[in-house]
Design a protein around this ligand. Structure first.
Ligand SMILES: NC(=O)c1ccc[n+]([C@@H]2O[C@H](COP(=O)([O-])OP(=O)(O)OC[C@H]3O[C@@H](n4cnc5c(N)ncnc54)[C@H](OP(=O)(O)O)[C@@H]3O)[C@@H](O)[C@H]2O)c1
Length: 290
């Protein structure tokens, strides 16, 4: 009886020791400096647009898992509240704000910035993820929807990046992750305007990265390939069988941001495809999207 108690006690001690070692390693990894994250006392605040679904939601979970505080933004209030409550249950004390803002509106990015400032929130990491695509022949698309898309994918990204970058440069630190796409690297027939918006995001971010470096601010661009999200449903197309999971994309994005990669392309297959001549990739897009 005594011996069995000893064994149980020792097993429990070993479990506690392993738990403490894991915790210490995590704290070391999370210590600020050297491009890493934070200690529990110095939790980074991350603003994520489009945090209610797909890649944005997976990124929110990834940052929360690492102990960050989240400010979530999206346009649909009910879903935003639901997702914020779910994240808070999964990662207690992670959500410090859930802000509803339609980024397709004129000045939508400026509006979101104002709402964040009104709550006295200082953003350490900005993730411009909100976006959507339109597929089809240019002349068949709604011009109004195209303007909305340019509003979310370009105007709001520019406004938010500009305003938060200014604050970060003044403070001498911060990180910005803008979500483009592998579609940024070649013209996309039958999804022309969408691919062009992503080319803008990629080039804008890469240029700002050079400007921001001397202020200690890091700008990275995430270029996912096909990812299994609501994105396709919204464009009225089927999700391709080769699509990556949003979780894998978010993990690669987090790692890339931690390592301060200029361009983050999740998935070896997606990186290999970029070695094909641009003309071939462009023809591939035309074939798939027609
Ligand atoms: N899925 C892919 O294959 C893929 C590939 C490459 C790049 N991307 C990019 O990844 C990003 C995330 O897309 P996803 O695939 O995760 O799509 P998703 O599941 O449809 O999520 C899009 C997110 O953006 C928000 N959003 C959309 N319109 C908005 C608006 N007008 N104002 C504010 N928020 C808005 C949505 O929230 P509300 O609906 O509540 O507004 C939602 O949270 C996008 O920038 C997309 O271009 C996706």
């Amino acid at each position: 009886m005594m011996a069995s108690n000893d064994v149980t006690g020792r097993a429990e001690l070993l479990r506690i020791a392993a738990e403490m070692r894991r915790h210490c390693m995590k704290m070391q990894r999370m210590k600020s400096g050297n491009g890493k994250w934070h200690s529990i006392q110095d939790r980074k605040t991350v603003l994520i647009t489009g945090a209610t679904s797909g890649i944005g939601l997976a990124l929110a979970q990834e940052f929360a898992r690492e102990g960050c505080r989240l400010v979530l933004a999206a346009s649909r209030e009910n879903r935003l509240k639901m997702v914020a409550a779910k994240l808070e249950r999964e990662f207690p004390t992670s959500v410090i704000g859930a802000i509803c803002q339609d980024l397709s509106e004129d000045g939508g990015g400026i509006g979101l910035y104002g709402k964040v400032k009104a709550r006295n929130i200082s953003v350490d990491v900005l993730v411009n993820n909100a976006g959507f695509g339109l597929a089809g022949e240019e002349i068949s698309l709604s011009l109004g929807r195209e303007r909305d898309m340019i509003g979310v994918n370009i105007s709001a990204v520019t406004e938010l990046t500009h305003l938060f970058l200014r604050d970060m440069c003044r403070r001498g630190g911060g990180k910005i992750l803008n979500v483009a796409s592998v579609g940024a690297f070649q013209p996309g027939p039958y999804t022309a305007a969408y691919y062009a918006t992503k080319a803008y995001v990629a080039n804008y971010s890469r240029a700002l990265r050079v400007e921001a470096k001397k202020y200690g601010v890091q700008v990275c661009v995430l270029c996912p390939g096909t990812t299994r999200t609501a994105f396709f449903e919204k464009t009225g197309s089927e999700i391709p069988v080769w699509a990556m999971s949003a979780r894998k994309v978010a993990k690669a994005a987090f790692r890339g941001l931690e390592r301060n990669r200029e361009v983050i392309i999740p998935g070896a297959g997606n990186r290999l495809l970029q070695l094909l001549p641009q003309r071939v990739r462009q023809m591939g897009v035309a074939f798939l999207k027609r």
